[in-house]
Design a protein around this ligand. Structure first.
Ligand SMILES: Cc1cc2nc3c(=O)[nH]c(=O)nc-3n(C[C@H](O)[C@H](O)[C@H](O)COP(=O)(O)OP(=O)(O)OC[C@H]3O[C@@H](n4cnc5c(N)ncnc54)[C@H](O)[C@@H]3O)c2cc1C
Length: 370
């Protein structure tokens, strides 16, 4: 078979695959990036793109998330400058809202963040109202992280991919990888509509679809789609300044003045990415629960995307257990926007050195091998 055209072939041009292409090409590693649609068009495009720090409850991914959070402002600036693509970064801060019973948890979170060098402020009822007059009266406690914000994640993926392309990556859009050819314990090629193409190192970063590619070569990549629906509105009677969140619902003020409302979390949707009346009703409920006056805003549109969930709820990032030149980068579920820079940085380092770096140990795909 012919020589591969690139050192690394990445399947999937969502935020994870695009960020990896950026990181690898920065290390002078050549890349071929394949997506069956356009770059950043699936979960990545549908994402709220909230970039907020973790807490100690995030367990094994806390360190990864802290690294990613710290990297973001510089990454955004560099990606925009080098690509010429605006990524809608809006560093508004995030205000997490609660009632009296949440006061203790918020104080613990603020201490934990301070210990990790991330400023956070505890707000009482009056301070919440002064900052965010639209917020429902029942919220008496809040924790504000001024360094948080949001990004248009699809745009960021395109920006990262474009820079990778300028550094020599080849990008194949509308090119579905139908399978992987395995010979003597190595992946040797990918199969596309027009035949097989030789592959060197292979990375499966196909989001919720990773399981299908993995299954075809007996690889443990147990991902499944978790639908998230969102809507956007404009002209709210009372504007909001910060990302506002309570429980799983949130409101995200965009740089263009619109507000994104999210998100449903549907574990039995399969690969159906349609917006449903039930989803819209749930989103209307999130508005009522956070800032009811926004219900009088102008409805712009709604969309849905499929988050890459994993069977044990943890990331799946690392070398395939029985194929030495295959790596997995999936399972980012609700945190792929935040985690992408850290996952990509550590994975690129692992691929470059041939050894999985310590920061990825908790996400080793080998844990699924019985
Ligand atoms: C509604 C919603 C809100 C969210 N909000 C946030 C948030 O606020 N903060 C946060 O951190 N995260 C958030 N997330 C999660 C985050 O967006 C995802 O974790 C992240 O986008 C996953 O990126 P990915 O690259 O793994 O997957 P995807 O973006 O789905 O990319 C996978 C890519 O692989 C391609 N592909 C699949 N199969 C093949 C094949 N056979 N051949 C070639 N290409 C293939 C697909 O076309 C796709 O482009 C949200 C997600 C959703 C849906």
């Amino acid at each position: 078979m012919n020589q591969p055209s690139a050192d690394v072939t990445i399947i999937g041009g969502g935020i994870i695959g695009s960020a990896l292409a950026w990181e690898l090409t920065a290390r002078n590693i050549t890349v071929a990036l394949y997506d069956r649609r356009e770059i950043g068009r699936e979960a990545t495009w549908a994402s709220a793109g909230i970039i907020s720090p973790p807490g100690e409850r995030h367990g094994s991914r806390s360190q990864l998330a802290l690294d990613a959070f710290r990297r973001y402002p510089a990454l955004i600036a560099e990606a925009q400058e080098l690509s010429g693509i605006a990524v809608g970064y809006n560093p508004t801060g995030q205000l997490n809202l609660g009632e009296d019973l949440h006061a203790e948890q918020f104080a613990t979170d603020a201490r934990w963040l301070a210990e990790h060098g991330i400023p956070a402020e505890l707000l009482d009822a009056q301070a919440i109202r002064e900052r965010e007059p639209a917020v429902l009266e029942r919220y008496t406690h809040g924790i504000l992280v001024p360094g948080s914000g949001s990004v248009l994640l699809g745009q960021l993926a395109r920006a990262l991919a474009r820079v990778a392309q300028r550094r020599g990556a080849t990008i194949y859009e509308h090119c579905r990888v139908e399978g992987v050819v395995v010979e003597r314990g190595r992946a040797t090629a990918i199969r596309t509509f027009d035949g097989t193409r030789p592959a060197g190192t292979l990375v499966i970063a196909a989001g919720a679809w990773s399981r299908m590619l993995g299954d075809s070569i007996d690889l443990p990549s147990p991902t499944y789609p978790v639908r998230g629906q969102m809507l956007a509105l404009a002209d709210p009677p009372v504007p909001i300044r910060s990302v506002l969140s309570a429980g799983l619902g949130y409101l995200v003020p965009r740089a263009d003045g619109t507000i994104a409302v999210g998100a449903t979390e549907e574990h039995t949707s399969g690969f159906d990415d349609r917006v449903t009346p039930a989803g819209l009703a749930e989103l209307a409920g999130i508005i009522s629960n956070l800032a009811p006056s926004l219900a009088q805003g102008r409805f712009i549109g709604a969309w849905a995307g499929l988050r890459p969930g994993s069977d044990d709820g943890e990331l799946i990032v690392g070398r395939a257990p029985h194929l030495e030149n295959v790596w997995l980068a999936t399972g980012h579920y609700r945190s792929g926007a935040l985690l992408a820079p850290a996952t990509a940085g550590l994975l690129a380092e692992s691929i470059a050195t041939g050894h999985t770096v310590a920061g990825l140990a908790a996400f080793d795909p080998a844990r699924f091998v019985r």
